[in-house]
Design a protein around this ligand. Structure first.
Ligand code: TXA
Ligand code: MG
Length: 329
């Protein structure tokens, strides 16, 4: 592991209090005993189990109601653990050193140690090192890679706080660890680096441009059939609020509402008078709060959500991707 990463991690672990440590140990015990633990990461909350144990992984699919051919991301505590799971190439090394711990999941050739059920029957597996002290401590103490999808029922928005996790899947987990609101609010970038050119399978906080700057090659990203087939998760119907959602610019907002009770979400003032108006400070806040706000608006009498189309750079691309999915397109 790189020296600076090691130093940073030591500092992270130094901050853990005795009380927290006993909670993390309890979580690690549950993981080792084939149980489920929900915990925060920097992106969204995860529903974790021992990635190397078929029984444990099966419980994740059951709790979420997730199709069994949709593979899970393995969360690791560092490069060494990653090496025990997948074949690491030069591209992977560059990206890990630059972006880990952080919201970048790398799809690589899997080693046999990863059960097929964890990787949805594929020859590859996605791994990432989360930038969250609680997540890292549980992985480190259990000394196991933790398979963790977002801790929501399939088809619901990813949870960004512990209360939402409890409401959604609280009954099926042994422990929910509350680490406050997550920092990023959207799931990690998923990048396939098994081929000549990296393929962006899911945009996230680590942007295409940032990855290209490190690798000096073009990252492919398209809604192309073949690419979609490579990331099984992309095939499934994603979260759509039970109220219709439409993307719009400021000018056309009230036109799209067409006389219905409407909510506006975005970073600018809309034309017209929405029944609910939520204006974020900037695109980062828009991304961070999106899932929480959508769940909140669902509880009101609003009939349509008009979402401002984000700028097409940085986190704006990931945000647009989630909004398009929420719109059901
Ligand atoms: O930020 C995140 O990634 C969160 C937190 C908890 O870490 N996790 C998360 O997991 O979003 P999930 O299961 O909701 O999404 C995993 C995505 C899916 O789109 C899945 O298809 C893709 O990663 N994936 C996993 N393994 C893959 C593989 N071997 N090849 C292609 N895509 C893969
Ligand atoms: Mg998910």
């Amino acid at each position: 592991m790189m020296k600076d990463m090691e130093k940073r991690l030591n500092k992270i672990f130094d901050e853990t209090t005795e009380e927290e440590l006993s909670l993390f140990k309890k979580a690690a015990e549950i993981i080792k005993a084939e149980g489920l633990v929900a915990f925060p990461t920097e992106t969204v909350y995860g529903l974790g189990a021992n990635a190397l144990n078929e029984n444990a992984v099966k419980k994740i699919y059951e709790a979420k109601g997730r199709p069994s051919d949709n593979p899970l991301i393995l969360h690791v505590s560092g490069i060494e653990m990653a090496e025990s799971l997948v074949h690491i190439n030069e591209t992977a090394k560059l990206l890990m050193n630059k972006f880990w711990p952080g919201p970048l999941s790398l799809v690589l050739k899997a080693k046999d140690i990863i059960p097929l059920s964890t990787r949805g029957g594929l020859s590859t597996a996605a791994i990432r090192m989360p930038d969250n002290r609680i997540a890292l401590e549980i992985i480190r103490i259990s000394n196991l890679p933790i398979a963790a999808p977002s801790a929501n029922k399939s088809g619901r928005p990813s949870p960004t706080d512990a209360k939402t996790v409890r409401d959604d899947i609280g009954d099926s987990v042994e422990l929910v660890i509350d680490g406050g609101k997550t920092l990023v609010g959207l799931e990690s970038t998923v990048l396939d680096i098994t081929g000549e050119n990296p393929i962006l399978l899911r945009p996230g906080a680590i942007s295409k441009e940032e990855i290209e700057a490190v690798l000096n090659v073009t990252v492919l990203f398209s809604q192309d059939e073949n690419i979609i087939k490579r990331s099984p998760g992309v095939r499934y119907r994603h979260y759509a609020p039970n109220i219709p959602l439409m993307l719009s610019d400021v000018e056309n907002a009230s036109k799209y509402a067409s006389g219905k009770k409407w909510a506006w979400i975005g970073i600018s003032e809309p034309k017209g008078t929405p029944n609910i108006k939520i204006i974020f400070l900037n695109t980062n806040e828009y991304a961070k709060e999106l899932f929480r706000v959508l769940r909140e608006i669902e509880t009101t009498k609003v009939e349509v959500i008009i979402a401002e189309k984000p700028e097409q750079k940085g986190i704006g691309l990931a945000l647009t991707d989630r909004l398009i999915k929420a719109a059901g397109n």
